[in-house]
Design a protein around this ligand. Structure first.
Ligand code: CMC
Length: 430
């Protein structure tokens, strides 16, 4: 809980002064508490929540101007370099890095929950063959609540923990199943002797016909992609999870709501949109034309993978991803990839162009993750699904934090601009 500050803010409305208390966090700007304004007959107005803190949280800190991202205080660069996805999941859920025994126990708990109920197969097989895997994931994750109705008491800490393990463990299984279904290939069962990312790649690319060895460089890059997406404080999908959770809804449906919010191209759908944009640009010689389109106010075209609501400098995740990108392309012997060349040219132009510099539009994590995923052989429509696997611990950790603390129903207000009260007119008189 943020500390009350000795400072106060004074708001003058129509000559009347309203004193508003302030709170201080451990990092970042102080916040002005506006909850009492309604008692004075006012609401605040902040579309897009640009200046509004919706909660206090101990999970993740971002300094968008300095390009800093910390999980429980640890810089993302150090975690990406020295840790791994499951350790970061533990950190987000528990607040501290695990000791050796705790880590082994956690890894074991996740491994033991990777299978899904056999009926889930039938559920997936009910979708149209050409269904988008995000549609499948969203529906199937919500449906998991029907499989675990006996452990959905959100007031029970054991139930909450079990659900966290189930979600982290089963998400790669469901994601791989959605991929296999679209390809008409048999589902591959999880293998608990493999690491988290390795297991996902195995379930995605193996077939029952022959042995499939996962390339360790590719497994490491996939783990890094999951890790870099693990949490990002109160982004649109996490806020959606929190809002749904504030009603007391079960965690599977809350995470499904988060998946739905993630799907949009302004959020998790951007990695898919980056590749589609590069395909649309088609050739390096067309880049200038598309950069001009992105700058044209009358043209809705935007450079996907550029800009961020919070980062007004280089997204620290993008820096790590850029390095991973080179490692993967080198390991796979496709360094001279035309898509990568185009992406690098685009990045260079955008970093030097006045429009992008003045608006502080830097490449974000999705700019490079799309290229890595393409190199690994993941089809474009699976990109956001992979983001969803990565973001799952963040969603759950925020849900946990909220349910374990003071939960207040999330219920924003509005500035009403519709007609004032009027009387109903019978149809014949309209
Ligand atoms: N290309 C061209 N112009 C842009 C872009 C872009 N990618 N992004 C922002 N702008 C311009 C925008 O037109 C506006 O100009 P003006 O001030 O003249 O009206 C100004 O920059 C501010 O943009 P905004 O849309 O008001 O800013 P926002 O904070 O609401 O939007 C954003 C952030 C991420 C939605 C936006 O930058 C965007 O659409 N980027 C492309 C999509 C993308 O890459 N999204 C992934 C975000 S990172 C993954 C994640 O964390 O989910």
């Amino acid at each position: 809980m943020a500390q009350a500050s000795s400072r106060v803010a004074r708001l003058i409305v129509d000559g009347n002064e309203i004193e508003l208390p302030m709170r201080t966090g451990s990092s970042g700007p102080d916040v002005i508490e506006v909850g009492s304004l309604t008692g004075h007959g006012y609401f605040t107005y902040d579309p897009g929540f640009v200046s509004t803190a919706s909660c206090d949280s101990e999970l993740t800190y971002i300094d968008g101007n300095a390009g800093v991202l910390l999980h429980r205080g640890y810089p993302i660069e150090q975690l990406a370099e020295q840790s791994n996805f499951l350790e970061v999941c533990y950190l987000l859920l528990n607040g501290e890095l695990p000791g050796g025994e705790q880590r082994d126990q956690f890894v074991n708990d996740i491994r033991r929950h990777t299978m899904v109920h056999e009926k889930v197969k039938a559920l997936i097989q009910g979708y149209r063959r050409d269904a988008h895997p995000m549609a499948v994931l969203c529906g199937v994750v919500a449906a998991l609540s029907a499989f675990y109705h006996y452990s959905l008491d959100i007031g029970n800490a054991e139930h909450r923990l079990k659900t966290a393990h189930r979600l982290i463990a089963k998400m790669p299984t469901l994601a791989a199943m959605s991929y296999k279904y679209a390809r008409g290939e048999p589902f591959i069962y999880p293998r608990n002797d493999l690491g988290y990312a390795e297991n996902f790649l195995h379930m995605t690319f193996a077939t029952p016909c022959e042995e499939y060895q996962v390339n360790p460089v590719v497994a490491r890059a996939m783990d890094r992609i999951f890790l870099l997406h693990a949490d990002h404080e109160q982004n649109a999908s996490t806020s959606t999870v929190r809002l749904a959770g504030s009603t007391g809804a079960n965690p599977f449906s809350c995470i499904a709501a988060g998946i739905a919010a993630l799907w949009g191209p302004s959020h998790g759908g951007a990695n898919e949109a980056v590749l589609n944009m590069l395909a649309q640009i088609g050739d390096e010689k067309n880049i200038d034309k598309y950069v001009a389109k992105a700058k044209d106010k009358d043209d809705p075209f935007r450079l996907m993978g550029f800009g961020h609501r919070v980062y007004k400098s280089y997204d620290p995740r993008a820096k790590v991803m850029q390095q991973s990108c080179h490692e993967v392309l080198e390991a796979l012997g496709i360094e001279d990839d035309p898509t990568l060349r185009m992406a690098q040219r685009l990045e260079k132009i955008a970093l030097e162009d006045n429009y992008f510099v003045e608006k502080r539009l830097y490449p974000n994590v999705d700019f490079y993750s799309g290229i890595v995923l393409k190199a690994i052989g993941i089809p474009v429509e699976m990109f956001t699904v992979i983001f969803a696997i990565g973001r799952t611990p963040g969603w759950i950790a925020h849900w946990h934090e909220m349910i374990g603390g003071e939960t207040r129903l999330g219920r924003p207000r509005q500035l009403y601009r519709g007609p004032a009260r009027r009387d109903y007119v019978p149809v014949g008189q309209r």
